[in-house]
Design a protein around this ligand. Structure first.
Ligand SMILES: NC(=O)c1ccc[n+]([C@@H]2O[C@H](COP(=O)([O-])OP(=O)(O)OC[C@H]3O[C@@H](n4cnc5c(N)ncnc54)[C@H](OP(=O)(O)O)[C@@H]3O)[C@@H](O)[C@H]2O)c1
Length: 163
């Protein structure tokens, strides 16, 4: 079985999305996302796939979960459960769960590592949230210095491992 890792950008209030889009757009975060995931399979829900501005992510095996048996996604493989998605990637050293809220919630029990971008802001109109990170289950192994985006948002990168 591949190692399952989650990557997410999350606000102070747990926000990750609003109206089908990311809650935050931080250039450095997108750069880090690309650096960490490049060459590895990425697993996502149908709604996250449809939110990608340029479709399937290049240089990575894209796996999309949908309950619709007729769903097709250009440049991606479609499966019908998270288990099926992870099994499809057996043979890869690790896979990244890249969202959204529904898929993160299902992946928390499977994941061994969380790559968080913690943004120091609330998003009052958010409609999608990351599940609670239980300190009994997860411990922090890395924490970057706080950084600032040109838009004024401050954030840091945090890595957590399952105990
Ligand atoms: N901040 C971040 O790092 C980040 C990352 C990714 C996404 N997001 C945001 O999160 C939001 C999308 O999240 P979301 O929770 O609304 O949707 P999502 O998790 O991306 O996709 C949900 C869809 O996935 C399919 N699905 C999920 N679990 C399934 C299962 N067990 N079996 C079969 N199908 C399953 C269903 O598709 P069907 O309806 O086709 O059956 C479901 O409607 C967007 O706003 C996006 O921008 C944020």
């Amino acid at each position: 079985m591949s190692r399952v890792e989650i990557i997410v950008a999350v606000g102070r209030d747990g926000a990750i999305g609003r109206r089908g889009d990311l809650a935050f757009h931080i250039r450095e975060d997108l750069r880090r996302f690309k650096q960490l995931t490049m060459g590895h399979p990425v697993i996502m829900g149908r709604k996250t796939f449809e939110s990608l501005p340029k479709g399937a992510l290049p240089g990575r095996r894209n796996v999309v979960i949908s309950s619709n048996p007729d769903y097709t996604a250009e440049g991606a493989e479609v499966v019908h459960s998270l288990k099926e998605a992870v099994e499809l990637c057996t043979g890869s050293e690790k896979v990244f769960i890249i969202g959204g809220g529904q898929v993160y919630a299902q992946a928390m029990p499977l994941a061994e590592r969380l790559h968080l971008t913690r943004i120091d802001a609330d998003t009052p109109d958010a409609d999608t949230f990351f599940p609670e990170i239980d300190s009994e289950t997860w411990h922090e192994t890395e924490r970057s210095e706080q950084a600032s985006d040109p838009s004024g948002l401050t954030y840091r990168f945090i890595t957590l491992e399952k105990k």
